[in-house]
Design a protein around this ligand. Structure first.
Ligand SMILES: [Zn+2]
Length: 205
């Protein structure tokens, strides 16, 4: 099969904004109303960025049903004939995936990962610090000679590794070369990020 031409950063941002506004936010409204957490994910087809699968957190049903893990589950329960090879997809996560979901994405071989909110956003906006805390406490092993500061200065995970490459929408925005297009997309991203404020408020209540 011919390789699909890579999308431009601008096309990726537009695809992510569209799926978030049209599909993920409505799913999150239902999920949050049922007591679940405001995290979602979507799997899009390479090239066209057409939506294939979207799902959100269902932790009240089962504590490990994070948005990404639930999305992977929804993807794989479809018949094999109805789903692409994960390598031909883009995996979008509203929030930078936790260690559980990063492992899930690795085990199921989704090579391209994008996210809208980073770990610090999740901590600061929602008061959820498990992403950072688990990576630090469970996975971060000090090298000989590491000080508290050198350890703290290291990335929490390899954003580019043999399983996947993880890129934030903010990084994608920086890659848009046309200044006017970048400005327009920056506004789109700001608007879609603000849609989550209703969930942030619910989490704080
Ligand atoms: Zn997770």
């Amino acid at each position: 099969m011919a390789a699909t031409a890579p999308e431009t950063p601008a096309a990726l941002i537009s695809g992510i904004v569209k799926v978030t506004e049209e599909t993920v936010i409505p799913l999150l409204r239902e999920g949050v109303a049922a007591g679940h957490a405001p995290f979602g994910a979507a799997i899009l087809l390479n090239g066209t960025l057409a939506l294939h699968t979207a799902a959100t957190n269902h932790h009240q049903d089962w504590p490990l049903l994070h948005g990404e893990t639930n999305c992977i589950r929804e993807f794989f329960i479809k018949p094999a004939s109805e789903r692409p090879d994960p390598k031909d997809t883009v995996f979008f996560s509203t929030h930078e995936p936790c260690s559980l979901c990063l492992s899930g994405i690795s085990w199921t071989a989704f090579p391209r990962l994008y996210y809208l909110f980073n770990y610090e956003d999740t901590r600061d906006l929602l008061g959820v610090d498990g992403d950072i805390d688990i990576l630090q406490e469970v996975f971060r092993v000090p090298a000989p000679g590491d000080t508290k500061d050198t350890l703290a200065g290291r990335p929490l995970y390899n954003k580019k590794n043999k399983y996947f490459t993880s890129v934030s929408v903010a990084e994608l925005l920086d890659q848009v070369e046309d200044a006017a297009e970048q400005e327009k997309l920056r506004g789109d991203v700001k608007r879609v990020r603000e849609l989550f404020s209703e969930f942030n408020a619910a989490a704080a209540a």
